[in-house]
Design a protein around this ligand. Sequence first.
Ligand SMILES: [Zn+2]
Length: 447
Amino acid sequence: MNLILSVLSIDVNYTRLSIHPTFVTLEPFCGHSANDPQTLNFLNIKLESPAMNPKSEISKTILSGATIHLPAKTLKTGSVVITNGCIAEIHEGALPNPKNGAIFIDLTGKILSAGFIDLHIHGMMGIDVMNIGPEGYGRLSAEAAKRGVTALAPTTVACPAEQLRKIMESIHAAREAGVPGAKLLGLHLESNFINVDFKGAQPGDQVFSWEDPRAAAIRKLLEQYARDTCIVTLAPEMPGGIELIRWLVKHGIAASMGHSGAKYDQAMAGIEAGATRATHLFNAMPPLHHRNPGLPGAVLSSPKVFAEMVCDGIHVHPAVIATTIAAKGCDRFMPISDGLEAAGMTSGDFLLGGQHVTVVNNVAKLDNGTIAGSITTMDRIVRLLVNQTGCDIHDALRMASATPAKGIGRQDIGRIVPGAAADLVVLTPDLEVETTLVDGKVVFSVE
Ligand SMILES: [Zn+2]
């Protein structure tokens, strides 16, 4: 305990501590991903974070004069000062250019929001998470940043363990090396452990239960790459489903219920076991019925559970999006793209986990007619929420940033508050992305 107190006194930016016999691992509050811990060796204490090293050069950026969406209110005109990649100060009104070496960006007439966070994205712009190496994750990160995304969870479909191993090795390598745009939060596995009757566009021959002998190899990979895995989608009613939820919670991975035919009691048992979220609510599950509420009823009536929803205007009617926001509130509703490699494009032939997908008139379908993921992107989603569901801009931006961060336990991203990472998006009044910053650095800007 003494040690914890002394470490905390070094830098209050660090909020989470875990003790290992040899290491104290600090989960930084700012400027680094949760999987990029600063490590203090007991025998040879080394402090590498610039925020913790007074000799390191301080970089300062001033974003002045924007309409700023803070977590609880909007500043009509405000400014943000970024120091070493973190939000250091928030001011009401515009700030003058200090002409002292700080980078000064005049944002008069623009909107400044926390960057978007997409926790369910299979790919975009010709990139398919199932078929890329570390370099492909770099491209995905850069493409996502063009859409205002500052953090994402690349999403897989059910696949053999050998393929999953390559995917996990690749994302691990990409995260170690660093990426040029949006942060890689870790994988979202739309896993093998779903209900084949509600597989949607998932390959059915790779669907099996947590108790199936084939699950052992997947479990080993999840153990090995737990830090590179953010979310696992599963069906709680399948054999071993509840045990799997407990196992995921123990390994620090969010358990998400989806691709499931769970009855209300089965879904409630999943929530009781530790499931905290639902995967694309209403899609790939039986509909809400007033005498048979099922998984949707369990999710809608459980205040703590987060709900993902594909907000492309095709998977779910805008009126149902609005109804769900009303039921869950902005703090529990997470718009996702569920984007395919075709996302960001309007038509053509593409792949989803090796299956052929055709995009016609902005709708992606498998050859059997099943709707397969979407081709939307987070910037379009924010515009849809505002233009088609009656949601105000502040709430739409919050649901696209703060809520998904909260849903995976990240306090350091998704909000414009002092101490948080300066992961930001600058938008025009029409909500078109103009500039994206990650850790205070401009990673995308329209010409
Ligand atoms: Zn998906």
